[in-house]
Design a protein around this ligand. Structure first.
Ligand code: BES
Ligand code: ZN
Length: 895
């Protein structure tokens, strides 16, 4: 029953389709679907005489070939397919089937969300709508006729252009849409229901107009300005940066409350999880604003990288996703101007926190995998984030101009087709004249490679030598990779000694297992700044001394490496403390002085200061811990060390934090609160808000009361009052929510009643806005101190629901996947909770369950007590769960 699909088994489709006409009679309990498709035998195909269509959970009503009813002995329907025996070489196939959208809780195919019809077809949802060769290399021109009750479903949308609409006399109406571009069926979409629309007409580069529309529920439409502005900026940016313009007269985005993923790039009709569309200063945090901008950019950029050129098969997924993530990262970075490093740092943090652990665990796979049971499980951090890093390395190796030339070449030679990763890299080869065959190994080798670095300085000859060794992550079958290493050399004053480019960096191309290189005319022993801007997704192993790291953290002209050095320093202290039996303090004086200097250095941008000051997350710490194969995670111990580091940091700088808080707070209240222009709101003051809220976080991590007597620190009660005041007086959600979060996550137990009062206030204020209530749930489920009783109370809360993915993720996924300090408990209660919720979710939504299933995959990285507890739950899960998505995850975890 479970079939594994292998990349090398690819066969071209037996038949091609030129045109598809779809007709829908939309009814919640029985929607009739008529499809009429024009097939012709594929000259490229091997001699499979039958036409095999996918179809899942469909009630087949009738089949016609060339308008003749097809005799039942000429076809066969079983489980998930429909086989037409020996059809002619060219024919018209008409099929009518019925589906039940109201029963579709998996939210794949055609489903209902708040009484509105929506579709989600990627990767394999179209087969839940009608019979078709549901694979991305079958591309056709779609015409779609929608019919529905006019009162219940006044808005009827599909891909492309509206060519006709009108009323029937029975209260129903219709709309006919035509998409002029050939597309695979996974890009098909329809939307029907009650929506309002925020729209704007823009002028494209060639002077032609285009209509941009954002659809949302009436009560949410006032929160769509930022999305519309972001879309317009994305369109302009893609033209300016890559010469790619919008190819449609009409581009629509619909906000959906129930959605499995973040958003979907259906041609001309993007469907979004409402959380990535709706935002306004009084409902969304700065991170929410940033997420809206990047997801809007991402889905829009797919219009070229994904839609005009799509993937031949799902093994090529990174072809569209890695490339498009790279593009959306660049879009967001470019919006920041001089502050683009802030975006780079956020992206690398993500990579380290999610992708690298994935790549060192049982789910490790190359960005182009070799096989899968369920493709939905391969929308991973590796395909996306590492995939984007691979594209970024090409950009680094080739340079902006050559890269753009290669991208343009790729899009023009493959336009209107389904391509492979080889096609992409081959375009880059043609544009640059370079041999990228070795580079291609990044597509087939998994794991994070290590690069060992040793240096030698020859005083007499003024030569600095670098000895590099690359070590693949997984075993001996892995061959050396082509790794771009951007390096600088600093003197004691922090001055760059190299002058290869304006940044004082040299690009080293590491291609051999061992490679040495020499820098000449280096008159003083330099400090090495390696992997600037994180030029490759590798681990650098280099034995810096503390002083060198401090120098880089204070002086490196490469802001990424400046941040990186500070993080590495903190991590090394965490790791040292973890290995000691009785650590007294975690962070030494020298590091705390460095932090103090940064905090008080007003010449550094506030947002960048906040990043430099923020200590590595607990997750980053445990990730670093497990890079040593001999180390295991003891959550209790790791958590205590990490917490110890936090309080050293908070206390040593207490008065400075207080001063910084007041400064930033004054500045923020002076910032005019621009409610007219959401883009201006989001950009101005973000850095200062970040720093203010980091300061509040630090202030709330307060010392034991015994320490208070002999310190000049502000009394905890006064700090709590500060947080309460910020909560009450903020004119924006970012700061109000930050005050609440810091109270819930940091304030100690003495403040419980006051924290609870704020939580209650927040709930009452916002109970009618489900996206804000998601935050309220998420905040509690990610509190490091949450108890199992409190978790169960969240599940039993009247506003909790298993059918809404956002709500489930806020509570269940957040706790099991994003709250390691509360989830891993020696009584195993966290794991029992996981098992119960997983079993329950399998019956509602397998994709959401599949994601949750991954919460225990890292069991082998833990100390024996935890490992055993996890293993038994995994085994029980494997015995009683049959959902394909989950089975695959459990299989890999237990392997
Ligand atoms: N094509 C995906 C959406 C998708 C993913 C559909 C998996 C079906 C299964 C879309 O372009 C995407 O990548 N969305 C991301 C957000 C994006 C900003 C990285 C998502 O939904 O998480
Ligand atoms: Zn995508």
């Amino acid at each position: 029953m479970l079939t594994r699909t292998y990349r090398l088994d690819y066969q071209p489709p037996a038949f091609l389709v030129d045109r598809v006409d779809l007709g829908f009679d939309l009814e919640p309990d029985a929607t009739r679907v008529r499809s009429c498709a024009y097939y012709q035998r594929n000259p490229q195909a091997s001699s499979n005489v039958d036409l095999i269509l996918n179809g899942e959970g469909l009630q087949l009503n009738c089949i016609f070939i060339d308008d003749q009813v097809l005799n039942p002995k000429h076809y066969q329907q079983d489980g998930n397919s429909l086989r037409i025996f020996s059809p002619p070489d060219q024919f018209k196939l008409s099929i009518e089937n019925t589906i039940v959208p109201s029963a579709n809780t998996d939210l794949s195919g055609l489903y209902l969300s708040h009484h509105n019809f929506l579709t989600q077809c990627e990767a394999e949802g179209f087969r839940r709508i009608t019979f078709f060769q549901d694979r991305p290399d079958v591309m056709a021109e779609f015409t779609v006729m929608l019919r529905a009750d006019k009162k219940a479903y006044p808005v009827l949308l599909s891909n492309g252009n509206l060519i006709e609409c009108g009323d029937f006399d029975d209260g129903r109406h219709y709309a006919k849409w035509h998409d002029p571009f050939k597309k695979p069926c996974y890009l098909f979409a329809l939307v029907a229901g009650q929506f309002c629309c925020n729209e704007k007409t823009i002028t494209r580069a060639d002077g032609r107009p285009a209509l941009l529309q954002i659809y949302a529920q009436e009560s949410d439409i006032h929160k769509t300005d930022y999305a519309l502005q972001s879309l317009e900026r994305a369109i302009k940016w893609d033209y300016t940066r890559f010469g790619l313009d919008l190819d449609l007269e009409r581009f629509m985005i619909v906000a959906a409350s129930d959605f499995n993923m973040g958003a979907m790039e259906n041609k001309g009709l993007n469907i979004f999880n409402a959380r990535y569309v709706l935002c306004s200063s009084d409902s969304a945090t700065d991170d929410d604003f940033d997420a809206v901008e990047s997801v809007i950019g991402h889905e829009y950029f797919h219009n070229w990288t994904g839609n005009r050129v799509t993937c031949r098969d799902w093994f090529q997924l990174t072809l569209k996703e890695g490339l498009t993530v790279f593009r959306d990262q660049e879009f967001s970075a470019d919006q920041l101007g001089d502050g683009r490093v802030l975006k780079r740092i956020d992206d690398v943090k993500m990579l380290r926190q999610h992708q690298m652990p994935e790549d060192s665990g049982p789910m490790s796979h190359p960005i182009r995998p070799e096989s899968y049971l369920e493709i939905n499980n391969f929308y991973t951090a590796t395909i996306y984030e590492k995939g984007a890093e691979v594209i970024r390395m090409l950009h680094t190796l080739l340079g902006e101009a050559c890269f753009t030339k290669g991208l343009t070449h790729y899009l023009s030679v493959n336009d209107g087709t389904a391509a492979t990763c080889d096609d992409f890299v081959s375009s880059m080869e043609i544009a640059s004249g370079r041999d990228l065959q070795q580079f291609m190994r990044w597509y087939s080798q998994s794991g994070t490679p290590q690069v060992r670095v040793t240096t030698h300085y020859d005083h007499a000859r003024h030569i600095f030598r670098l000895d590099l060794q690359q070590m693949p992550a997984h075993g001996h079958d892995h061959k050396p990779l082509h790794i771009p290493l951007l390096c600088g050399l600093l003197d004691e004053q922090g001055v760059n000694l190299l002058s290869d480019n304006v940044e004082g960096s040299r690009l080293i191309e590491l291609r051999q297992e061992f490679q040495s290189l020499e820098f000449t005319q280096i008159t003083r022993a330099p400090t090495l700044s390696i992997l600037r801007n994180f030029s490759a997704p590798v681990h650098i192993i280099f034995d810096y001394d503390d002083e060198a790291l401090l120098r880089l953290a204070s002086q490196d002209s490469d802001d990424f490496n400046r941040w990186e050095a500070g993080q590495n320093l903190a991590l090394r202290y965490f790791l040292r403390a973890y290995q000691k039996t009785t650590p007294d303090s975690v962070l030494p004086e020298s590091y705390l002085t460095y932090q103090k200097n940064i905090l008080n250095d007003g010449s550094i941008d506030a947002g960048f200061r906040a990043l430099l000051l923020n200590l590595p997350s607990y997750e980053r710490f445990t990730e670093a811990l497990t890079q040593d194969p001999l180390q295991t995670i003891d959550p209790q111990r790791a958590s205590a060390i990490w917490q110890g580091g936090q309080s050293d940091w908070a206390q040593a700088l207490h008065t400075d934090w207080h001063k910084a808080y007041l400064e930033q707070n004054t500045q923020n209240t002076q910032n005019t609160h621009n409610t007219q222009n959401q883009t201006a709101y989001s950009l101005t003051g973000q850095g200062s808000r970040r720093l203010q809220n980091l300061a509040l976080h630090a202030l709330l991590i307060h010392p034991n009361s015994s320490d208070l007597s002999h310190s000049n620190q502000t009394h905890p009660n006064d700090i709590i009052a500060l947080a309460e005041r910020q909560y009450q007086l903020s004119n924006n959600m970012n700061d109000r929510f930050a005050a609440l979060r810091n109270m819930v996550h940091d304030a100690n137990a003495n403040a419980n009643t006051r924290t609870q009062a704020l939580l209650n206030d927040f709930y009452t204020r916002y109970q009618h806005d489900s996206l804000i209530i998601d935050k309220w749930f998420a905040l509690q489920a990610s509190a490091p101190t949450i108890s199992m009783d409190q978790m169960h109370a969240l599940i039993e809360h009247p506003d909790f629901s298993y059918t809404n993915p956002n709500r489930v993720r806020s509570v269940v996924h957040n706790f099991c996947l994003n709250n390691p300090r509360a989830f891993h408990r020696l009584d195993g209660a966290g794991y029992d909770f996981w098992l119960t919720q997983l079993t329950r979710l399998c019956r509602v939504n397998v994709q959401v369950a599949g994601r949750l299933a991954r919460a225990l995959e890292h069991w082998k990285k833990f100390t024996p007590a935890y490992r055993e507890l996890m293993l038994t739950r995994l085994q029980i899960a494997q015995q009683k769960i049959y959902a394909k998505d989950v089975v695959e995850i459990l299989q890999m975890a237990l392997y």
